[in-house]
Design a binder for this molecule. Structure first.
Ligand code: ZN
Ligand code: ZN
Length: 357
């Protein structure tokens, strides 16, 4: 019985093209007690492989976090399978705003310690005591309230290309870092301000809202279903869209365009641009923003050093990499001192301090 992915990304892309079928990209998560994650993982793999599901799925004793694509024709069967698992019955599915048949090219179902790398010791607080979930309409009202502090719970490379108007976007590489920064900056306002938070699909806010309540914040709110579900509701109900730019996503699409605004700039020349790429030098693979003309000039690389290495014959590149440890993680932290236009985001709660003056 096949329990692991056997095709390469290129082979898979060929198959998808040949099949010519529409695929649906979606995501969901659920915190639930899973006593045997490995067994659950194997069951999912067998069933989903048979339904031609591709994606990145994490299973842990604390639940499941899934981002995937599947042929639209198989959706009913897939949904029936989810509904047959008691804690996934009627789970909210976040359907991607921008569809792309090539969003995922492999099926990877992994057992992890956590479904989100949160760096937290869960024993210290009750994760089920979470913030108030709000829909898009209520969220729009709430963020106009002068007593609201709106916080983006994502990392710097995500909020750099898109965020809600007036949101604080902590300049962090990890979720864990942002928790401390936010708590510290807001410690005088645990009772008098509304702490409203959002993330891509809602999963990070589940933990963060419980964490901040545990830390004594009285009015904690989270955007239900994150930016993805917000956009769906805004379109469906013709609400005002308060999100500017692109929503960063963790698949081959890299991002979904939510508004026409381009709020970022090419890290190499400073021209307006919000397209993330990975440095073509396999030993580097840095995630950064690069415009078309820099892409041509730098041969898809982040620096002249990488450009030189990338131009070497493959065997020589391999020899250089020996013992250096290779990273194929396409979402490696996008920072490098030599990128002159990499912006520092706002760590300081400017809006809050303005209203105090
Ligand atoms: Zn450029
Ligand atoms: Zn590079």
């Amino acid at each position: 019985m096949q329990l692991y992915n056997k095709l390469s990304a290129n082979e898979r892309a060929e198959l998808i093209k040949k099949a010519g079928k529409e695929r649906l990209t979606l995501s969901f998560y659920k915190y639930a007690r899973i006593s045997n994650p490995q067994e659950f993982r194997d069951q999912l793999f067998i069933k989903w492989h048979s339904l031609d599901v591709l994606g990145r799925i994490y299973v842990a004793t604390e639940g499941i976090n899934a981002q995937l694509s599947l042929p639209a024709d198989n959706f009913e069967n897939f949904k029936m399978h989810l509904d047959s698992i008691d804690f996934l019955e009627n789970v909210r599915l976040n359907i991607a705003v921008e569809q792309d048949n090539m969003s995922f090219l492999k099926l990877k179902v992994k057992v992890r310690d956590k479904i989100v790398a949160d760096g937290l010791n869960d024993e210290t607080f009750d994760v089920t005591n979470k913030g108030i979930h709000v829909n898009a309409e209520k969220f729009n009202d709430l963020i106009e309230d002068k007593n609201t502090v709106l916080v983006d719970m994502r990392n710097h490379y995500e909020s750099e290309i898109g965020h809600f108007k007036n949101a604080v976007t902590p300049d962090v590489d990890t979720f864990r870092e942002s928790l401390d920064i936010i708590e510290d900056d807001l410690k005088a306002h645990k009772e008098d301000k509304n702490l409203v938070m959002y993330c891509t699909g809602g999963i990070r806010c589940e933990k963060a809202s419980a964490y901040f309540k545990h830390k004594g914040f009285k009015n904690v709110y989270q955007l239900e279903g994150g930016i993805i579900e917000y956009t769906r509701q805004v379109n469906e109900k013709a609400l005002e869209n308060k999100f500017i730019g692109k929503n960063f996503v963790f698949d081959e699409r890299r991002a979904e365009r939510i508004s026409d605004d381009v709020i970022a700039q090419c890290h190499q020349c400073g021209e307006p641009c919000d397209t993330h790429v990975n440095c073509a030098n396999d030993a580097c693979h840095l995630l950064f923003i690069q415009c078309e003309s820099c892409k041509t000039e730098m041969n898809n690389c982040c620096s002249s050093t990488c450009k030189d290495i990338h131009a070497l014959p493959y065997e020589e590149q391999k020899a250089l990499r020996k013992g250096q440890g290779n990273s194929n993680d396409i979402f490696k932290k996008g920072r490098a001192d030599y990128l002159p236009y990499k912006k520092d985001l706002r760590n300081i709660f400017e809006n809050l301090n303005q209203t105090q003056d």
